[in-house]
Design a protein around this ligand. Structure first.
Ligand code: ZN
Length: 339
């Protein structure tokens, strides 16, 4: 009996030593000390033992049980601390590791140019006003002296929603809306998105941005317009920039002009950017047509004013020397992060 007990103990110790997890230990405990365990079955066989030997055998079983339980508890404690140690090792923070690079966003070049443009005009006392992108024909065309048979109204150029509602083709309808309020004097710029049914290429897009300017007061003349554009060009493109006006035609201004600035790349000597002329066409402008004033409820005998329209993409492309307008809409990070 004694040998059997020793054998059970030895086997148990060996199994405990080789246990790899707490589950293993639990299984060993059940298989030896459990209801159907090896030690328990020894106790069950007690009836075959001579009565005088029973206390001795009982003592032996209890001793073995105690020894195994003690060893199990010790191993279990060791395993637990080992598991904790490994867990801590995994969670350790290596402060010498290089930090993850944070990716910061960049302002879009169009937005940088617009902020810069607004800064100049707000500095001259202009208010920034926005208007709806879905517009009535009345504001987009009629009140701006663009009659029903004008080629600009062709469906080839304009996205019509209904007969009277369209996607605005210019930011000029904001002029009509502001004039209609009758609050004088007016000194606004109005940036925004406009729509034309153009094919996409290096210089065209069905959707682009304009910045409209409008000033109306008593005694406003063409000289005010020239001075304003000249001042803006100097602040926007550089202090040495010169401007010149060329006669042009727009339905809503009379007289009308296109303004050129000296090439800011070559300073006017002539280069690839200005196609050798030294000048770059930059915007359209003119004195607000008396009919437009009258139709918007302003007395043209008392008030006069000027308007101008700047193509935002055009000045952005020029200012940052970008040669394809499509780059502005593709949102390629490799392009945008250069600004
Ligand atoms: Zn040039």
């Amino acid at each position: 009996m004694k040998e059997r007990m020793e054998a059970i103990k030895k086997a148990a110790f060996e199994r405990i030593e080789n246990a790899k997890s707490l589950d293993d230990l639990n299984e060993i405990k059940t298989s030896i000390l459990g209801k159907k365990g090896e030690l328990t079955s020894v106790l069950k066989g007690m009836k075959d033992v001579a009565p005088e030997d029973r206390p001795k055998v009982g003592q032996m079983v209890n001793d073995a049980r105690a020894a195994i339980e003690e060893y199990l508890a010790k191993e279990s404690k060791m395993l637990q601390s080992k598991i904790r140690e490994e867990k801590m090792k995994k969670e350790v923070i290596d402060v010498t590791l290089p930090a993850k690079k944070l990716k910061a966003g960049h302002r879009h070049p169009n937005q940088i140019a617009l902020d810069d443009l607004e800064r100049v005009f707000v500095g001259m006392g202009y208010e920034v006003v926005e208007g709806p992108e879905v517009e009535y024909d009345k504001y987009n065309f009629e009140l701006l002296n663009i009659p029903a048979d004008h080629p600009a109204k062709d469906e080839q150029d304009t996205f019509y929603i209904t007969k009277d509602i369209l996607l605005r083709t210019q930011t000029s309808p904001v002029q009509a809306r502001v004039m209609e309020t009758g609050r004088m004097p007016i000194r606004i710029i109005s940036p925004g998105r406009v729509f034309r049914s153009d094919e996409v290429d290096a210089t065209h897009s069905p959707s682009f941005h304009q910045v409209e300017g409008l000033v109306i007061d008593k005694g406003i003349t063409m000289a005010d317009l020239k001075g304003t554009i000249d001042q803006w060009a100097k602040e926007f493109f550089g202090p040495d920039t010169k401007t010149k006006f060329r006669p042009h035609h727009f339905p809503f201004t009379e007289p009308s002009a296109e303004a050129d600035v000296t090439c800011f790349k070559c300073g006017g000597k002539g280069c690839r950017m200005c196609k050798g002329s030294g000048w770059i066409e930059i915007l359209g402008c003119g004195m607000v047509h008396p009919k437009v004033l009258k139709d918007c409820g302003i007395d043209p005998d008392v008030y006069s004013g000027f308007a101008f329209g700047i193509g935002l993409e055009r000045v952005t492309l020029l200012k940052y020397e970008i040669d394809d307008m499509r780059l502005l809409y593709e949102n390629d990070e490799r392009f945008l992060e250069q600004f």
